[in-house]
Design a protein around this ligand. Structure first.
Ligand code: SF4
Length: 392
């Protein structure tokens, strides 16, 4: 894909039930808004696709779309189809574009999967989180593992050949053995991609309250590190490439959409609470679905890339753009940071900007330079936040 090609992130802010650890922009009990929301999202796509940008003559090329949530699989297939039609009408959608939808096991059936596949969705990302019943209950997930097995089988039957599974480690009450059981259970389903996240207990969530009420022991950081190390070994043995700190893929199946983020590329964030990065600007769309719909009905857009529903925007300074580039690209364990591309983009050698920081991190064994690329070491994978903090 060429450098000017965009990614689109489309946020669907609806869930049936709120999981105990969730701090995403999502709402329960708003199912009656979904149809109006799909229309508003279509309007936002049309609006941003039509905003003039100097130098643009043809519609802007798009090579990935990601429906994130929330639970995008709660949207009717006809609503997904409408949204994708709007993208095709107002952008130049590449015929081989990766189009991902996040889905919860238990929210999809054969007819639904066939309909969204026909609409153009070609990759699914299932929020599995664990194969262990007690852990799913603790996380307050609505599904059991049998629903995961069924959803994966139905997806294959509907023609999906690119499936991701999300798992969570560092869960209170989890043991190394139960984590190993979850990893083995999802590997048996033969996904093309795995995303493994360490649980973070965010303020304002029920789980945060329970922790402060002493209802469970805090997560054990050493156990979480052991779980991550186990996953690194087990997934390598199973033929997966560890291409990003938290992501593994079969060869050729890395998530193209997320690669846009990690290469610090441009993406438009559309839908309530979505974040975007384009034309040197980071921005966020208003969070509340009702306000979002109202704004899309009545307001005028700003300048590209800002729709009428954007609530916050920030023009990146040069030091911010440099720092973002380093932090996002170092997440890519094989690619790393391309030092020549950095110098070309910013007109300044990387060493001149960050030489002393890098020398310190190399001394601690957290970074290493090979040729003209800088990468995290294996030790650095475990301490990546410490590394990134020093580039801020
Ligand atoms: S399904 Fe996902 S977005 Fe919805 S409440 Fe649970 S964690 Fe949050």
């Amino acid at each position: 894909m060429n450098r000017s090609s965009l990614s689109l992130y489309l946020h669907i802010p609806f869930c049936r039930h709120r999981c105990a650890y969730c701090d995403f922009n999502t709402y329960t009990g708003l199912g009656d808004l979904q149809q109006a929301y799909a229309l508003a999202l279509g309007q936002e796509i049309a609006q941003v696709g039509g905003l003039p940008r100097p130098g643009d003559i043809l519609p802007r090329p798009v090579h990935t779309i990601f429906f994130g949530g929330g639970t995008p699989s709660l949207m009717a297939a006809a609503e997904i189809d409408h949204i994708l039609q709007q993208v095709r009408q107002h952008f130049d959608l590449h015929p081989a574009a990766e189009i991902t939808m996040e889905a919860n096991p238990g929210t999809v059936d054969a007819a639904y999967l066939a309909a969204i596949r026909a609409a153009g969705v070609n990759r699914l990302s299932f929020g599995v989180q664990s194969a262990v019943a007690e852990e799913l209950r603790f996380l307050e997930r609505e599904h059991d593992f049998a629903a995961v097995v069924e959803a994966m089988a139905l997806s294959r039957a509907a023609g999906f050949d690119n499936l991701n599974v999300d798992l969570i480690y560092g869960v209170p009450g989890q043991t190394l053995a139960s984590w190993q059981a979850s990893v083995a259970a999802v590997l048996a389903l033969q996904p093309e991609h795995l995303s493994l996240y360490c649980l973070t207990i965010e303020p304002g969530t029920p789980m945060h309250r329970w922790l402060h009420q002493g209802l469970f022991e805090p997560p054990d950081a050493d156990l979480a590190a052991d779980e991550y190390a186990y996953a690194c070994t087990a997934l390598a043995a199973a033929g997966f490439e560890h291409y990003e700190i938290s992501n593994w893929a079969r060869p050729g199946r890395a998530c193209e959409h997320n690669l846009t983020y990690w290469r610090n590329g441009e993406y438009l964030g559309l839908g309530a609470g979505a974040h975007g990065h384009a034309a040197g600007c980071r921005y966020a769309v208003v969070k509340q679905p009702r306000v979002y719909i109202r704004r899309m009905r009545s307001s005028r857009p700003g300048a590209y890339p800002l729709s009428a529903a954007v609530a916050e925007q920030h023009q990146l300074s040069r030091p911010e753009a440099m720092s973002d580039t380093v932090i996002t690209q170092l997440r890519l364990l094989q690619e790393g940071l391309d030092l020549d591309a950095f110098a070309e983009q910013f007109g300044e050698p990387f060493q001149a900007a960050y030489g002393s920081v890098v020398a310190q991190l190399e001394g601690w064994g957290l970074l290493q330079q090979t040729g003209r690329h800088l990468r995290l070491t294996e030790r650095g994978w475990f301490l990546s936040n410490q590394v990134f903090y020093r580039f801020m």
